[in-house]
Write a protein that binds this ligand. Structure first.
Ligand code: ZN
Ligand code: ZN
Length: 422
């Protein structure tokens, strides 16, 4: 799962199919949020995504939603801060704004984020300032973000083909062609390029539910991943529960937090991961590309980490806190998923994590436990749930990976063969 949000730029007219964009807006409101009659909506978006903001606002009101309030951000003004602001301001964040958002969620508002950052926006800025600004923002945002990560409200992230993001993905194309290509990829991955997108999402959710129900029925003690550069046994948390597709938020509304989504996922045991794993796709982290990751686990903890590129950043990430070198998520995605089939690297977790089986360093999701909503932090930790300030997904799946489920008695059940469901 991904909870990351966004930044911004300006839009070359005509590059985005407005009919499909409207279908995306409708899917975001009806499937992503299932916005309730009278329910308020807090929307955040890059400035460049204004066409999608307007369509989402229209569909929110058509669905009977209450007040829609949008907050825009803009890449150019974000960069001005790094160029001209006083050094001391990098420890500040707009706490009053995040407090207001937390209050809105506490009062029952839904949350929708449009993502579409230039993944490399801050890559040439002072890493110390970037880290300080992020820390200040994370601290101020925490009370609001917790309402989202604890799934207290219905929430959703969809994407818009920002020109600055499209240029990163397709540096050899001119801007209009790049935006068109990214737009088509977003529409296909978000299942809005079909006649009946809402129907297609219902069918897709049913399939993901069937997969997670099967995995829950098996109640595996661990999963064994075997492929080139990977021989990894991931113990699953006690009382873990698999999830995928739409699920019910604590306010009773069934929503699809991530669009697209192809994964079924659960919580690994923070102390029961052994062996080694190699990444199968580069990981884009705060403007740095980390490539060819290879790690070795002992007792659930990463004791050795290498990367052909971005190794220093990776090591810094692992040192964030005690939980940063342990796993908080394991997810299964077939190699034939539409995002994987596109062959594209999006430099955006929302897409890239849905192209391959993955593991995530850091914080686990409380909903991935049986009766997770009623467990305390200590109870989750006692069952093996990890906690950390970070949650970073990285891909270990490919068409060459085999996965076995291992039962408590040691017997094995094939789960995936050559990257596909067995
Ligand atoms: Zn995931
Ligand atoms: Zn994740």
């Amino acid at each position: 799962m991904d909870m990351k949000e966004n930044q911004a730029a300006a839009m070359p007219a005509g590059a985005v199919d407005m009919e499909k964009l409207e279908k995306l807006a409708e899917v975001a409101v009806k499937i992503g949020l299932d916005l309730q009659k009278g329910q308020e909506l807090v929307l955040t978006a890059p400035l460049a995504a204004m066409p999608l903001v307007r369509l989402i606002t229209k569909h929110a009101y058509l669905a009977g939603g209450g007040l829609v309030t949008t907050f825009y951000n803009d890449e150019a003004t974000t960069l001005m801060r790094y160029q001209h602001a006083e050094d001391s301001t990098f420890d500040r964040a707009a706490g009053w704004l995040y407090k207001g958002m937390a209050e809105a969620y506490a009062n029952g508002s839904a949350r929708l984020a449009i993502s579409g950052d230039n993944p490399m926006l801050l890559s040439s800025q002072d890493p110390d300032k970037v880290a300080r600004a992020n820390r200040a923002m994370s601290t101020a945002y925490k009370p609001a973000l917790e309402k989202i990560s604890n799934f207290e409200i219905n929430w959703n992230i969809v994407s818009y083909p920002n020109p600055s993001w499209a240029r990163q993905m397709f540096p050899d194309l001119d801007e209009t062609a790049a935006v068109k290509k990214l737009a088509d990829a977003i529409f296909a991955a978000s299942r809005v390029d079909v006649a009946d997108p809402v129907g297609a999402w219902k069918a897709h959710n049913a399939k993901l539910h069937e997969r997670s129900a099967w995995l829950n029925g098996q109640n595996f003690a661990s999963l064994h991943f075997k492929g080139p550069g990977t021989d990894l046994t991931v113990g699953l948390a006690d009382g873990h529960e698999w999830h995928g597709g739409a699920s019910v938020a604590k306010n009773g509304v069934t929503c699809n937090p991530n669009i697209p989504t192809e994964e079924v996922f659960t919580t690994p045991h923070a102390h029961r991961v052994e062996g080694h794993a190699s990444s199968t796709k580069p990981l884009s982290h705060q403007g740095t590309l980390i490539d060819n990751i290879h790690v070795r686990f002992e007792g659930g903890r990463i004791v050795e980490a290498k990367a052909s590129r971005g190794e220093e950043v990776l090591k810094k990430v692992l040192q964030t806190d005690e939980g940063a070198s342990r796993l908080g998520e394991v997810a299964l995605v077939p190699h034939s998923s539409p995002i994987s089939a596109s062959g594209l690297l999006f430099y955006n977790t929302l897409f890239d994590e849905n192209a391959a089986c993955h593991i995530a360093l850091g914080q686990c999701y409380s909903k991935c436990f049986v009766d997770g909503a009623n467990l305390t932090k200590d109870e989750i930790a006692a069952k093996g749930g990890n906690s950390s300030l970070i949650h970073i997904d990285w891909m270990i799946g490919s068409g060459d990976i085999d996965i076995d489920g291992i039962k408590p008695d040691g017997s094995r059940v094939p789960v995936m063969r050559e990257g596909e469901w067995a």
